[in-house]
Design a protein around this ligand. Structure first.
Ligand code: MN
Length: 485
């Protein structure tokens, strides 16, 4: 059980949580206009008459956004609906000049699906997807330029969004965190959303209720809007669940509310009560025809699908012999998985994974580098592993070579040749060093023979030192044992 049980006054409680995630679609232009979606442009530079809500302007559907939604639906193992409709979601706000958002309501483009998550205890769980619909984003209100005025930037108005709604399947903050990381990984693999929660291109609304363990029905839930990091989503779920249990324990009732999570306090506070809840008066969008997809289009997009993290992980485990954990870490990021595959091609995959997750990750971390900025190429990392496999260098020398590679970007072969780091596998040469070490330390040799067998490690150390670290450790061990016994 990965679910979290919370102790109340006189009962155990469980968390019920569902998520709604808005993902900005990767597309050069907006969903219903030709304006650019470029992030970071001057304010109000990417605004067409359609985006500004000018009377008489008609929306034109961007096919690229539709393709991206279908691709994402397939990535969520979901039903693609060949018939869907656009609807107007009516509300007034200054950053929504049309006075309504074009969205989908009764007939979304994607129906039910699921996403597999892996939990820390090693268990897997499928999280149900309720639907995915496409809609346009609103503009941005800027409140911090003037003390008395609000400014509106419409660059974001009309950018395509996918709203992904899960079933209320989460039973702990950990499950929600694992899901968001998996979803982010999937959309990044697909190239349908960049998944940057801190830039707002992936935004998460969190629905939480609690019930006593054993209860079947759901109790009243609360919603927290636009929580903008995985960590905050997890904190918000736990705080809100504990708060609700306290209210119940004190004999109170949970009212349906929209609440806001404050990262600085780790708490949620009420934004609006249900009596002010919106009635959006949805009705079919009269300016757009229903969206009808052909089998050919769906099949074509299926044929263009990249290998997704779950499938890649499975392949790394079964074909390359990686542990499930290592494969999971490497496959979370497509660039990393590609880098690994290139490095491991023709070499020992398990050893390559160890070097990647050990020294290589540490190097990137320490120097705060992106993978693309790595001084060590995939090819050179693989070549280093090969030198170890072929007994050209030992593990200790490999660390030294790795450090030089990180500083010089040179190939490991070149470094080993130029610096004479090839390990000594000539048994007569190793024997000679061992004889010298034993001769120089007669007391320890005698003590070893008298039963202090843990001196073996000390002797190995002395021999390695005397050979400048280049002796083959296995041979050193074997010859030493023979000589001392
Ligand atoms: Mn929405």
């Amino acid at each position: 059980m990965s679910g979290m049980v919370l102790k109340g006054k006189d009962a155990d409680w469980e968390i019920i949580c569902g998520l709604e995630i808005h993902c900005q679609i990767i597309s050069k232009s907006k969903m219903f206009s030709g304006a650019s979606t470029h992030y970071g442009s001057e304010v109000n530079q990417n605004v067409s008459f359609v985006d500004a809500g000018m009377p008489g302007q008609l929306p034109t559907l961007n096919e690229q956004c539709v393709r991206q939604a279908i691709k994402t639906g397939l990535g969520l193992n979901a039903q693609i609906n060949k018939y869907s409709e656009f609807a107007r979601k009516n509300y007034f706000y200054a950053d929504l000049p049309q006075g309504y958002q074009i969205s989908q309501f009764k007939y979304p483009i994607v129906g039910e699906g699921y996403v597999k998550i892996e939990l820390e205890n090693g268990e897997n769980k499928n999280i149900g997807i309720e639907r995915l619909h496409i809609e346009q984003d609103a503009g941005k209100s800027i409140h911090d330029i003037s003390p008395s005025k609000t400014f509106i930037d419409l660059n974001r108005a009309g950018v395509g969004l996918m709203e992904i709604v899960t079933k209320p399947d989460f039973r702990s903050p950990e499950e929600a965190g694992a899901f968001l990381r998996k979803l982010r990984s999937i959309v990044r693999y697909l190239g349908t959303c960049d998944g940057n929660m801190d830039e707002g291109s992936m935004r998460c609304d969190v629905n939480v209720s609690v019930r006593k363990v054993g209860e079947q029905d759901f109790r009243t839930r609360n919603e927290m809007k636009n929580v903008n990091s995985v960590k905050f989503v997890m904190q918000a779920i736990e705080f809100e669940a504990r708060r609700q249990i306290e209210v119940y324990d004190a004999g109170g009732k949970i009212e349906q509310e929209t609440r806001q999570f404050d990262p600085s306090t780790g708490q949620t506070k009420v934004m609006r009560k249900k009596e002010f809840a919106h009635d959006y008066r949805y009705f079919p969008e009269p300016d757009l025809l229903p969206l009808v997809l052909s089998d050919e289009l769906i099949e074509q997009i299926k044929s263009e699908m990249v290998e997704l993290p779950d499938a890649k992980k499975e392949r790394f485990v079964t074909e390359l012999g990686l542990t499930a954990y290592d494969a999971g870490v490497i496959c979370e990021n497509k660039e990393m998985a590609d880098f690994f595959e290139e490095a491991a091609r023709g070499h020992d995959a398990k050893k390559t994974a160890n070097w990647l997750m050990g020294d290589f990750f540490a190097l990137l971390n320490e120097r705060k580098l992106e993978l693309s900025e790595s001084p060590i190429s995939a090819k050179n990392l693989g070549a280093l592993v090969e030198l170890i496999s072929q007994n050209v260098i030992n593990g200790k020398t490999a660390k030294e070579v790795f450090a030089i590679m990180a500083d010089t970007k040179e190939s490991p072969e070149k470094i080993v040749e130029e610096r004479g780091l090839r390990q000594v596998t000539d048994s007569s040469a190793i024997e000679k060093v061992i004889d010298e070490v034993i001769a120089a330390n007669p007391d320890n040799a005698a003590a070893y023979k008298a039963g202090k067998v843990n001196l073996m490690g000390w002797f190995v150390g002395q021999v390695m030192k005397a050979s400048a670290g280049k002796a083959n450790p296995a041979m050193v061990n074997e010859i030493l044992r023979r000589k001392l016994n």
